[in-house]
Design a protein around this ligand. Structure first.
Ligand SMILES: [Zn+2]
Ligand SMILES: [Zn+2]
Length: 404
């Protein structure tokens, strides 16, 4: 996708990708951190012959579907766009429109927007079956969005006929009453694009980070910041020091959780429930249940493997509020998506599937604590190796993740 934004300082055009959050204007050099209230909401160019249009929301996402079936956990990358309202004449998807047209950020006051009713749970309901492996029960499905936007398709009415105002072509299907459309309209849009100055709220220094990161860092007061409730708030984080020079820092979410109604309160519970071949130590009964989940995009099978290995290792790192000297880690998988992946990770760890899988649909996790960890990976071999635990990651798979 190609997105265009007007610089809030000088009005100059800033071109960016849909995964970018930190952008710098080429004309005035001012940086801005972009966050949507929910998603980035984007509009397509309208043909000049249509003066009045209705903006119809499509949820456009790229991500991974995890399906838990008797055969195990399978993963499939998908790229879809689905209408967020039901109207009989809408195209089923946006097809190539989002790839070829430059898009702008939607401004609530600029047009008539229809309310989006589609959620990721709705997407699973609509197309989950098609994604699941053939045959057998599907006990649980999760969608981990790696890039999710709301793209509006402008439509225009001419008499009883509706037109696609991007292509200029008529939309086929039964007409709808004016009242029906009116009821779908969003009267007071509560969403907006937040454009934040990249100034550290703690000390006034400049915030930094890779352009596609959801988290920004301050090298002056050694802090990490993320967007919550309309502003930047400090994110609890820890960096684990390295003894090596050749090291790359990767970000992970540490999620402290309690599961129910299955007995999942401690690390010992996790080992018991999944039937992992390990002798349960008495200490483990008192260890909180902590999942370690990559905060970056990586091939789905490796994502599960990496999360499973670190979770089983339950590392007790000596962490500090410090930042790596070199490149700062890009947090490209938001914590909400990490939470969605907890059930698939648990399922992946489960050896006795026949007993546990039928209970997955009722399983819910309560999140007690979330923090970000920056972990050192040695870069000397073919694979990246987490320095303290020895857990390996394929180097190529990381490149894949970034381009995805
Ligand atoms: Zn500018
Ligand atoms: Zn600071």
């Amino acid at each position: 996708m190609k997105l265009v934004l007007e610089c809030r300082q000088c009005g100059g055009p800033i071109e960016l990708a849909e995964t970018d959050h930190l952008v710098t204007c080429a004309y005035c050099n001012v940086s801005t951190f972009l966050v949507g209230s929910d998603y980035f909401r984007l509009t397509l160019p309208v043909r000049p012959q249509f003066s009045e249009v209705l903006q119809v929301p499509y949820l456009h996402f790229r991500g991974c579907f995890y399906s838990c079936t008797p055969g195990g956990v399978s993963a499939r990358i998908g790229n879809h766009s689905l209408p967020g309202v039901e109207l009989p004449f809408l195209p089923p998807n946006l097809s190539v429109r989002t790839q070829v047209m430059p898009m702008r950020f939607a401004v609530p006051a600029d047009a008539n927007f229809l309310t989006n009713h589609l959620t990721t749970a709705g997407i699973i309901e609509r197309i989950g079956r098609k994604i699941a492996p053939v045959g057998g029960n599907v006990y649980h499905q999760a969608l981990i969005g790696e890039s999710v936007q709301l793209v509006y398709l402008p439509i225009a009415r001419r008499g009883q006929q509706f037109f696609d105002a991007v292509a200029g072509t008529p939309l086929l299907g039964p007409a709808v009453e004016e009242d029906t459309l009116g009821a779908l309209q969003e009267t007071e849009p509560a969403w907006q694009l937040h454009q934040l100055a990249t100034i550290c709220p703690g000390c006034g220094w400049n915030l930094e980070g890779p352009r596609d990161s959801n988290v920004l860092y301050c090298r002056n007061c050694l802090s990490a910041w993320w967007f919550r409730d309309g502003r930047l708030v400090p994110l609890p984080f820890g960096m684990v020091r390295s003894r090596s020079q050749n090291v790359l820092y990767l970000p992970f979410w540490q999620l402290e959780v309690g599961g129910s109604p299955l007995p999942l309160a401690s690390f010992a519970d996790l080992i018991r429930l999944t039937n992992q071949p390990r002798v349960i130590q008495t200490d483990w009964e008192h260890w909180p249940l902590r999942f370690w989940v990559p905060a970056f995009k990586i091939r789905p099978d490796l994502y599960l493997k990496l999360a499973a290995r670190l979770t089983l290792a339950q590392p007790a790192f000596d962490q500090r509020e410090e930042l790596p000297v070199g490149e700062l880690p890009a947090v490209t998988l938001p914590q909400g998506e990490a939470i969605q992946s907890l059930v698939p990770i648990l399922a992946y760890l489960t050896i006795n599937r026949r007993e546990v899988f039928p209970r997955l649909p009722e399983l819910a996790f309560a999140i007690r604590d979330i923090r970000l960890f920056l972990l050192p990976f040695l870069t000397t071999g073919y694979e990246l190796q987490q320095e303290q635990t020895g857990v390996l990651v394929n180097r190529q798979a990381l490149g894949f993740g970034r381009a995805l």
